[in-house]
Design a protein around this ligand. Structure first.
Ligand code: G3P
Length: 214
């Protein structure tokens, strides 16, 4: 399973990239807004740090506007994946962008049917929001399992990005479900490193090393 970082923060992206564990980046308008910087500048810096797919979201809600934004963003780098909201106009844009070989990530997916429609329209990726489903008492990961089954059965090429990841168990469950990608916030990536036995073990190794005659 590929791991993307779900962040628009350049320090976080740089750090995770240096660790060698990320295959791409996803952003959204809320993440960009947190940075309080020029949008294009942020995206261009991300492009210079990570050599992999970088999802950037459109703001238009009509297909024409989405395509226009997408074409402009795609000129910044061919690694740009255009994030399109899961609405009828969005899928219209996905269909057009596919004919222009511009990759798309259909976002705000909360049901298997939405993912099926996005895949039919030719989305490169679909992003089911697992944490937000869990928040309202649904089993978010179940829709991922169902999507994996259906996409495999009908040989869809669309990749599933598990998004709205809240904790390390979501990442494990995404991998067990057979998702292609999990997009993970920086604080969750940090938690994935942690194990108390690693800390205790390292401390002991370093203390024992002091006893080795030198
Ligand atoms: O990038 C989209 C998604 O991961 C958002 O997550 O935590 O705002 O539900 P969250």
């Amino acid at each position: 399973m590929k791991i993307f970082i779900d962040s628009a923060n350049l320090d976080e992206i740089k750090k995770a990239n240096e660790w060698g564990i990320i295959d791409g980046v996803t952003t959204n308008p809320s993440l960009v807004a947190k940075e309080n910087k020029d949008f294009k500048e942020i995206v261009q810096e991300i492009i210079s740090i990570v050599d992999g797919p970088i999802s950037v979201e459109v703001i238009s809600t009509d297909a024409g506007g989405m395509v226009k934004e997408a074409v402009e963003m795609f000129e910044w780098s061919q690694n740009i994946v255009v994030k399109i909201p899961m609405i009828p106009e969005g899928l219209k844009a996905v269909k057009i962008l596919k004919t222009r070989n511009i990759k798309t990530n259909v976002t705000l997916i909360f049901s298997v049917n939405q993912a099926l429609l996005a895949a039919k329209a030719g989305a490169t990726y679909v992003s089911p929001f697992i944490g937000r489903l869990d928040d309202i008492g649904h089993d978010g990961m179940q829709i991922v399992r169902d999507m994996v089954d259906i996409f495999n059965r009908y040989n869809f090429k669309t990749e599933i990005i598990v998004a709205s990841v809240r904790h390390p168990l979501h990442v494990i469950d995404a991998a067990k479900a057979g998702a292609h990608v999990a997009t993970v916030p920086f604080n969750v990536i940090e938690k994935m490193f942690d194990h108390p036995l690693t800390d205790v073990g390292l401390k002991k190794f370093l203390n024992d090393w002091k006893k080795v005659p030198k």
